[in-house]
Design a protein around this ligand. Structure first.
Ligand code: GAP
Length: 449
């Protein structure tokens, strides 16, 4: 089992070594707070996104998808309140010049970096939106912002969706995409970055139905993490107090995860009331009311939002999956216990040896499995080492082809978590894996925390 102090360093190092996450522009010394997702990372990120998308759209008959542009009309951000309210207070240590969010430190105490006491600049308000210009000549009229949340793309399209699809209240619109915030302090690897991805769902309800719907989504979102195989004792709700509520929210709960650096927000569930639609109606002078065709009532819907970070989820999944297990005396394996549905590689395929036609046979089996699964063919090194290499990137199943395969058309299937090995016919590999993926429950060799 890994120790608290070093877990994060080990995860960052594994993420680099095995192609999950690289520092952006590394050959130029790197860009602070920007990260690139490597071959394993992009697979993991895409699968988390698909897992979420399936959960939020496919499994509901009243939630549809959207993919809005990152750049929007600048008035959107005036209406949303972001131009006016999306500020953080910033202070600098006069001695070492380190920069902090004033609401994150005690200004009468010592600087967390150099230890100098009470030597901070006055807090300055700092808008978190990235501003740029559209068109060749920068002017006040050409300002555009990179969206700080994906939500507004949904609100300004809500009438389009109502008019073009058959949704009726209550209904939801889901979206995954990039968001940008000029964060004052970025740290803890990919936890808080200036460019990140969000998975948001906005659920439109009749005013008065909002509180019940809010509780429904609160529970539903927590249950989702259970389905994703996350250890539930590492998750809890945190309700926002009056001072914490965002400018648009009537009630808000965060789902927090216990990262190696403490309990931190993973997802926010917000009751945004009719704030956003009213503001857009006011600023655009467009009617954004909804007509209930049965009751003939007309109203501005209330919105319940579930907003999860995709890149932050990837970090959470890595932290939750990471383990070091003593499998025999003095023999420690590093393993990522990903849920099989999000593991970058589903099946590793190995010939026991390269000769005597085993590699050809293994390659043939691998090619067939590719129709259904992401596979990885490996014929180099001792078989035990090949298993360990797959453990380290979280591959849940490995197939080994040996001399017996030639005789009776069976292979060895090895499970990542339990390290159990069973013998099955070649013709049953695909179905056995499919069943195992569906019934997956995490188990560890050693008790893990
Ligand atoms: N639309 C509502 C909204 O954006 P938020 O609580 O500001 O609410 C939602 O953000 C989620 O987006 C957070 O719970 C977090 O997972 C993710 N997120 C926010 N800022 C982030 C950042 N700078 N880096 C990575 N993820 C971030």
């Amino acid at each position: 089992m890994a120790t608290q102090e070093t877990t994060m360093d080990k995860i960052v190092s594994l993420a680099k070594r095995r192609g999950f996450v690289f520092q952006s522009s590394e050959i130029y010394g790197g860009l602070t707070s920007a990260w690139d997702y490597g071959p394993m990372g992009v697979e993991l990120k895409n699968r988390i996104q698909r897992f979420w998308w399936r959960e939020m759209t496919q499994l509901h008959d009243n939630i549809v998808g959207l993919d809005a542009a990152i750049m929007m009309h600048p008035r959107v951000w005036e209406a949303s309140g972001h131009v006016e309210n999306f500020h953080d207070p910033m202070v600098d240590c006069k001695h070492c010049k380190s920069r902090f969010r004033a609401d994150h430190i005690d200004l009468n105490e010592a600087c967390p970096t150099c230890g100098t006491k009470g030597e901070f600049t006055e807090p300055r308000e700092f808008n978190l939106m990235f501003k740029t210009h559209m068109g060749p000549i920068p002017s006040d009229d050409s300002i555009v912002y990179l969206r700080p949340e994906t939500a507004q793309g949904i609100y300004v399209n809500y009438k389009n969706v109502v008019q073009t699809s058959r949704v009726k209240i209550p209904f939801g619109i889901a979206q995954v995409g990039k968001a940008f915030r000029n964060e004052i302090v970025t740290k803890n690897f990919i936890f808080r970055t200036c460019e990140f991805e969000q998975m948001e769902m906005q659920y439109f309800v009749k005013p008065g139905d909002d509180e019940e719907t809010f509780n429904y989504w609160k529970e539903k979102r927590m249950a989702y993490y259970d389905k994703l195989g996350i250890r539930m004792e590492k998750l809890h709700f945190h309700q926002h107090g009056p001072g914490e509520l965002a400018h648009y929210a009537k009630d808000a709960y965060d789902i927090e995860y216990e990262f190696p650096f403490g309990w931190k927000e993973l997802e926010g569930i917000h009751n945004r009331t009719d704030f956003d639609l009213n503001r857009h109606s006011e600023y655009s002078r467009k009617d954004l009311t909804y007509l209930d065709e049965e009751s003939k009532e007309r109203f501005v819907p209330y919105i319940i939002e579930t907003s999860a970070g995709l890149t932050r989820s990837l970090l959470m999944v890595l932290c939750d999956a990471y383990d070091e297990e003593e499998v025999a005396e003095g023999d420690i394996r590093t393993v990522l216990h990903f849920h099989p549905q999000i593991a970058p590689i589903t099946v590793g395929v190995f010939p026991l040896v390269k000769k005597d036609g085993l590699s050809e046979l293994a390659k043939k089996i691998e090619l067939e499995l590719r129709e259904d699964y992401t596979t990885y063919y490996d014929q180099s090194g001792a078989i035990g080492r090949r298993y360990r290499r797959q453990d380290e990137i979280g591959t849940p199943y490995c197939i080994t082809i040996d001399y017996q395969t030639k005789e009776d058309k069976t292979v060895t299937l090895r499970y990542r978590d339990s390290m159990e090995q069973i013998r099955i016919p070649i013709s049953e590999i695909s179905a056995t894996i499919k069943k195992a993926m569906k019934e997956y429950k995490r188990v560890g060799v050693a008790a893990s925390s």
